[in-house]
Write a protein that binds this ligand. Sequence first.
Ligand code: GDP
Ligand code: MG
Length: 367
Amino acid sequence: MEGLFEGASLVAIMAGVLALAGGLLGARRARGRSTGQTSTPMHEVASDAPAAAPVAPDPEAEPEAEAEPAGVTGRLARTRNLLTSALAELVGAGLDDAAWERLEEGLIAADVGVQATTAVVADVRRLAREGGVRDVDGVRRLLRDALVAELSSGERALRRRDGDGPTVWFVTGVNGAGKTTTIGKLASREVAAGRHVVLAAADTFRAAAAEQLGIWAERTGAELVRGEEGADPASVAYAGVDAALASGADLLIVDTAGRLQNRRELMDELGKVGRVLAKRAGGIDETLLVLDGTVGQNGIAQAEAFHDAVEISGVAITKLDGSSRGGVVVAVQRQLGIPVKLVGLGEGIEDLEDFDPVTYVDGLLED
Ligand code: GDP
Ligand code: MG
């Protein structure tokens, strides 16, 4: 399908523009951070499960990230220039059918999704016709409003418990999506805000997974609960709740495996971990799905499968720093009705932003 778009100048423009939104979000970040480093107690959970069998490589895991343009300022300048010429081309062509189609193709290539693209472009076309809007700024404003409207539903703040006991965030997603990294970034934020955080390594599939979470616990001053390789992940989640209760923690974040023998097995296991966790903790406040922002529409299929298993309440989209397919933010929201709550903009501890539709869309379209 991509071949269709070759040579359509708006494709590169819109794709670039969406990718560069991450740069804008990053540029606006001004977050002071004091890492209240504390000791990192560890709790071991005994393995009561046989070692897992080896698995075939997961075709969905770890897609190649595209090259990232250097420097936030440079990225913004490029966005502005690219978009100015895109809209100029649309208007210069007299808003003819072919120019609108190229705009559609560009949005689709950026993984906004066919549904959202069709709706957005139809709206903008109709409003431009009705309002007699034929200038670049006017069309830009209509496009901005239509994209913001696409993204405006849903509560975006991560849910917290207001009653007794720790807030519980349950983090899911395929292998390589960025779950553990996102948890590390969240822990850093939360500890800096003065909260006592427990991380539970319920990805017991590989010992390295718990070790990776342990490194984040040490860096951030969070408490770590882990099990041996092959331990029952539900037992680790359970122990995580106990540790959080014992230490009077404010927040428990549970990491999970993203790869098992097959999807059915992964989903069954996640469902079980979720049930055990909810029962022990008196509910789960946020079930986050972490999606790799470079996989585009494939992320929709992943999200549907996870949503069936554990009822996702929010999405974190990672790797928008290296992606030309950041439009998937719009597609996820429209096709699944699940709000995007967080965006990952790099591998560093501070490279996580709360998703804000207006900032995002302005990043796409700002003059
Ligand atoms: P998990 O298997 O879902 O736990 O994924 P990991 O957290 O281990 O992340 C997989 C890879 O993606 C690691 O190399 C991370 O550093 C990288 N990664 C995660 N989030 C981001 C992001 O927002 N931007 C970039 N560029 N890389 C990321
Ligand atoms: Mg992981």
